[in-house]
Design a protein around this ligand. Structure first.
Ligand code: MTE
Length: 332
């Protein structure tokens, strides 16, 4: 099956919109549009967006009932040798196909209702159950961790995530001994997510991990960024953060975790298995079929490119997970 439709993060790096051009275009659009309407009225900060332009961003955490839980204690175990990406860049440069295929979806994502938010835990578990996000946040610990984030498109950010160590979530779910994988699913609601009206995509977005990956100490269920609850465009109220894998594994706005014996087929694998596989570990030596993965552009740093690292720099934590799997497509 060869599907060739324009998907923002699939274009060669030479064609990926340089961020300053993207921001300039957004400034022009923003200037003409009432755009964010009521949200703009709640806005609390002015962000310069380069080149002297300014745009008011709303307070994305306004009204979020989990606000008192933030900021959480930062773990100093996960240090990075890079500057943090500025918040204004991380919250306005996103991939969230449910809301469109450009990077500029932050306004449309504000339509997503994030309370109530029920999470279904089912499949091979002692007792299938449904838990509301606020009950989950009460039951499990939160911590802040700064991680590198590497999109398959060859851009990168450094983000202070807050979240639940996924290992703790797996304990909470009580899987049965035979479960080998966790299949995760995003909401499906074409009424608010206009991208889901595009019938050629296999909605809902699905991703998967092995139980060993999910219980690796790095795997985090992200519930916040920059010391505040997660903005909708970044996957509120709960998303996956697996920093040694390409960004598309980091499924957003999850509503279901299914423990299973079968390897789940992910959204992008379903669309284009020759280019996007199950493992998707970062490796600078294995090019994407249509572009190099040797370097990456740091978002918000005037086009600065740096070498990409094996497992995105996290080999010490995760390389052992793949011993004995060398014959598989670990790098796509
Ligand atoms: N999750 C859902 N549900 N829908 C998506 O389109 N895009 C993925 C991933 N998770 C995506 C998703 C891709 S391709 C990337 S690079 C990251 O989210 C982007 O995360 P960010 O916008 O927070 O940087």
């Amino acid at each position: 099956m060869l599907i060739r439709r324009t998907r923002g993060w699939e274009i060669p790096e030479s064609q990926v919109t340089p961020e300053n051009a993207f921001l300039a275009r957004r400034r022009m659009l923003g200037a003409g549009a009432a755009g964010i309407g009521a949200l703009a009225l709640q806005g609390q900060s002015w962000f310069g967006l380069g080149g002297g332009g300014e745009q008011k961003l709303p307070d994305f955490a306004a009204g979020d009932p989990s606000l008192p839980l933030y900021p959480s204690q930062r773990s100093m175990r996960y240090r990075v040798d890079r500057d943090l990406t500025e918040e204004k860049n991380a919250v306005t440069y996103n991939n969230f196909y449910e809301f469109g295929s450009s990077k500029n979806i932050w306004q449309s994502a504000q339509k997503l209702p994030i309370r109530p938010w029920e999470i279904r835990i089912d499949g091979m578990v002692e007792q299938p159950r449904t838990v509301g996000i606020d009950d989950l946040l009460k039951a499990l610990p939160l911590e802040e961790r700064v991680y590198r984030f590497r999109c398959v498109e060859a851009w990168a950010m450094t983000v202070p995530w807050t979240g639940i160590p996924m290992r703790r979530f797996v304990e909470f779910a009580k899987p049965l001994g035979g479960a080998k994988y966790i299949r995760m699913e995003t909401f499906k609601n074409p009424e608010v997510a206009s991208g889901q009206r595009a019938s050629w995509y296999p909605w809902p977005y699905v991703e998967g991990l092995t139980i060993d990956e999910a219980t690796n100490e790095l795997a985090l269920l992200g519930t916040g960024v920059y010391g505040k609850p997660m903005p909708r465009q970044m996957g509120a109220p709960i998303r996956l953060v697996v920093p040694w894998k390409y960004g598309f594994k980091n499924i957003k706005s999850v509503v279901r975790f299914t423990f299973t014996q079968e390897r789940p087929k992910s959204f992008w694998e379903e669309l284009q298995a020759a280019e996007y596989g199950f493992w998707a570990n970062v490796n600078p030596k294995v090019p994407h079929p249509r572009w190099s993965q040797a370097t990456e552009e740091l978002i918000g740093q005037n086009g600065t490119r740096v070498p990409t690292q094996l497992f995105n720099g996290y080999a010490d934590f995760v390389a052992d997970l793949y011993t004995g799997r060398e014959s598989e497509k670990l790098w796509m």
